[in-house]
Write a protein that binds this ligand. Structure first.
Ligand code: NAD
Ligand code: WQD
Length: 338
């Protein structure tokens, strides 16, 4: 039995590919739209292996209104739409602010117009804990204030949240769920899909696994003089499969009175950079070559999620540990070989 079609923009990407697999496992029929700006056709083969059939795929840029409309004409109605497609590199966004504005906000506006023309189920949007900046209280819940964005990337997430909220107010039949991810890591335990960093990774886990694989110099820990127990920054690292399952839960949730919902998606537990290094070594038996270095500009000191709202309202909680996530990230890196 099918729960209906789900359009997944950015479905060939890191979080999107894992979500496509979980959607199929839950009886939905995913349809992928991706322009392959930050992914590879090979991901589709990995998805097909896991799902057992070839998931429909459209190589379409979501900022192209005519091309996106053609997908809707071919495939609608959708039981739900998940919008992952975006550029996500914080540093690059500082160098190319207009590209981030056009792609991230532009694609969201174009998608909302297509949804207005072809009524469908709810929109689930990929937001980020970056909207909170340095929170006054941790764990941070959804009522915490949105702080001025530190980067053009962060600004696009805030602007899209606002745009989607405005569209909910403007269109009576429209429902949306904003999901604020903490730090997604890991890979599918099968190692058939995972993260494909292009060039030098900025994020901790892909850099760490490449350093262990000998593809990079030792990991530099960005600052060990922060006001935290061991001096290094604290984050909430969530296994990508747990994160993917939250999207299924958000789609399956019964419609409530609120047409706009927002949820933090994290484990609720913080881990410092030093703790991540130790957990990786314990999980894999591999030493992490690393050294202490200066702080990185713009880093938040400590943030982790209060994700109780998602547990209460979506019946979702994380099930995988940090060690499992790191072991899966390593298994993925080993078979990737690059
Ligand atoms: P990713 O780069 O692996 O996936 C994004 C996918 O979207 C890629 O496959 C890319 O080719 C595609 N894409 C980009 N622009 C497009 C366009 N205009 N039209 C069609 N496809 C397009 O990134 P990810 O880590 O899977 O992130 C998915 C979403 O989650 C993004 O919106 C990102 O901002 C958000 N997010 C990610 C993180 C993280 O740390 N990975 C944290 C918070 C939020
Ligand atoms: C994690 C920790 C670093 C690399 C970013 C975005 C955020 C969200 C997730 C999209 C920090 C430390 C890192 C290294 C290190 N993305 N680190 N050495 O900065 O929490 O969040 O990705 O929405 O918006 O800003 O993630 O993986 O870069 O860093 O010591 O080589 O690891 O200082 O404490 P971050 P990260």
């Amino acid at each position: 039995m099918s729960n209906g079609k789900v359009l997944v923009t950015g479905g060939a990407g890191f979080i999107g590919s894992h979500t496509v697999v979980e959607l199929a496992a839950a009886g939905y029929r995913p349809v992928i739209v991706d322009n392959l700006a930050n992914s590879d056709r090979k991901v589709l083969a990995g998805i097909a292996d896991l799902v057992g059939y070839e998931v429909p795929f459209y190589e379409v840029d979501c900022t192209d209104a005519a091309a996106l409309d053609a997908v809707f004409r071919q495939e609608a109605p959708f039981a739900g739409i998940i919008h992952f497609a975006a550029y996500k590199a914080v540093g690059e966004s500082v160098e190319r602010p207009t590209a981030y504005f056009l792609n991230n906000i532009g694609s969201t506006a174009v998608l909302l117009e297509a949804m207005a023309a072809h009524p469908s189920g709810r929109l689930v949007f990929s937001s980020s804990c970056t909207v909170y900046g340095e929170p006054a209280h941790i764990p941070v819940d959804e009522s915490a204030p949105i702080r001025p964005a530190e980067s053009p990337y962060g600004y696009t997430k805030q602007a899209c949240e606002r745009l989607i909220g405005d569209q909910v107010a403007a269109a009576p039949g429209f429902r949306a769920t904003l999901l604020r991810y903490f730090n997604p890591i890991g890979a599918h335990p099968s190692a058939r899909i995972g993260e494909l960093p292009i060039g030098r990774p900025n994020n901790l886990i892909p850099f760490l696994t490449q350093a262990v694989a000998g593809l990079r110099e030792p990991l530099t820990v960005f600052g060990d003089d922060y006001p935290t127990p061991d001096g290094t920054c604290i984050r909430d690292y969530i296994h990508v499969v747990d994160l993917a399952r939250a999207h299924v839960a958000a789609l399956a949730a019964p419609d409530g009175d609120e047409r706009l919902s927002v949820y933090n998606l994290g484990t609720g537990e913080g881990a410092s950079v030093k703790e991540v290094v130790a957990a990786f070594e314990a999980a894999t038996g591999r030493a992490v070559p690393h050294r202490m270095g200066p702080r990185r500009a713009g880093d938040v000191v400590a943030i982790y999620a209060d994700a109780q709202k998602a547990e209460r309202e979506l019946g979702w909680r994380t099930e995988r540990s940090l060690k499992e996530a790191l072991a899966d990230a390593w298994r993925w890196q080993e078979q990737l070989g690059r």
